[in-house]
Design a binder for this molecule. Structure first.
Ligand code: GRF
Length: 190
């Protein structure tokens, strides 16, 4: 069977990216081929390099005004684009060519707590402010609107009224680490 190739986009620390890299390390039919970032200082790049995975950085002009990133993805024969803490909108050229082949993880139970500006601690602060008794993760396909693509998977966790936004974030992040790579594997082997 033809090897499946993953490209991970991340803007930050990359704990999810690292879990995904580790999950497929010894998988002979699925490879993390590339890690891309919009931030040259993102710690995810170090994690990729430590695991001998090619990295590529781009700025707004390259990402939105050229086909530089799309050409690299096609050249590397990428089958699935994984957004793991990537904060920019995906440009239309990628959405079109990689239709239903771009997945994102959101640290809340969409459709609640999604949309522009709803990322990282902003999400958990809003969940806390509304005294939600549960939160969780949503893995979804990416389309041209923030966090509105078809939902693939959700998992939830109970919240204690005394939980701070940081504690909520910790509970949600552990769900991300528990599920994201497995869901990606399912998508690539179905
Ligand atoms: C996670 O909370 C994820 O839900 C969101 O961005 C964060 C990425 O964290 N999309 P990390 O960079 O993988 O540690």
């Amino acid at each position: 069977m033809q090897k499946k190739r993953i490209a991970i986009f991340a803007s930050g620390g990359g704990s999810n990216a690292l879990k995904i890299i580790q999950h497929f390390q010894y998988n002979s039919s699925i490879d993390v081929e590339l890690v891309l970032s919009n931030k040259t200082t993102a710690a995810v790049l170090e994690k990729a390099k430590n695991n001998k995975i090619e990295t590529h950085c781009f700025n707004k002009t390259a990402f939105y005004q050229t086909d530089e990133v799309l050409s690299l993805l096609l050249e590397k024969k990428i089958d699935l684009i994984v957004l793991a803490g990537f904060l920019w909108m995906i440009p239309n050229n990628l959405i079109t060519i990689y239709k239903q082949k771009i997945v994102n993880i959101h640290p809340a139970l969409l459709p609640k707590y999604g949309g522009k500006g709803m990322y990282g601690h902003h999400v958990h602060e809003a969940v806390k402010a509304n005294n939600e008794r549960e939160s969780g993760i949503t893995i979804h396909y990416v389309n041209d609107k923030y966090d509105e693509g078809q939902i693939i998977f959700q998992a939830s966790c109970f919240l204690d009224p005394t939980d701070s936004p940081v504690q909520i974030a910790e509970k949600v992040l552990s769900l991300e680490h528990q599920h994201f790579a497995t869901i990606i594997e399912k998508l690539l082997t179905e």
